[in-house]
Design a binder for this molecule. Structure first.
Ligand SMILES: [Zn+2]
Length: 112
């Protein structure tokens, strides 16, 4: 296998992991939205998983439901912990004190 192939597989895995983490978070946000509807607390920090795609990353990311929703204004955007970005597949779209929003380069999103 050539280095280029390996590199393509590595990038593909990164993006797939990010999508899997985001699916998990999306289910989580649905539960939290129901909780917000019930108790009316909107700015509570919720632990989401970091969507950086690294298999070694097990950090929780604390953002509010509204920050999470704002971060996913585009389908190729992901929320990650500060510094958890991979410049070869994405760029940092927004930087906040407690999280970053990364955006995938066009062409890095798998087609479904
Ligand atoms: Zn991470």
């Amino acid at each position: 296998m050539s280095n280029d192939d390996r590199e393509a597989i590595r990038r593909d895995r990164l993006v797939k992991n990010e999508l899997a983490f985001r699916d998990y978070n999306n289910r989580r946000v649905e539960v939290e939205q129901q909780a917000v509807a019930l108790d009316g607390v909107e700015d509570e920090l919720v632990p989401f998983v970091c969507e950086c795609g690294s298999a070694d990353c097990i950090g929780a990311l604390m953002v509010t439901v509204s920050e999470y929703e704002a971060a996913h204004s585009a389908p190729n955007r992901f929320v990650v912990k500060v510094g958890h970005s991979y410049p070869d597949v994405e760029f940092v779209a927004d930087q906040y004190e407690h999280y970053w929003v990364v955006e995938k380069h066009p062409g890095e999103m798998p087609l479904h």
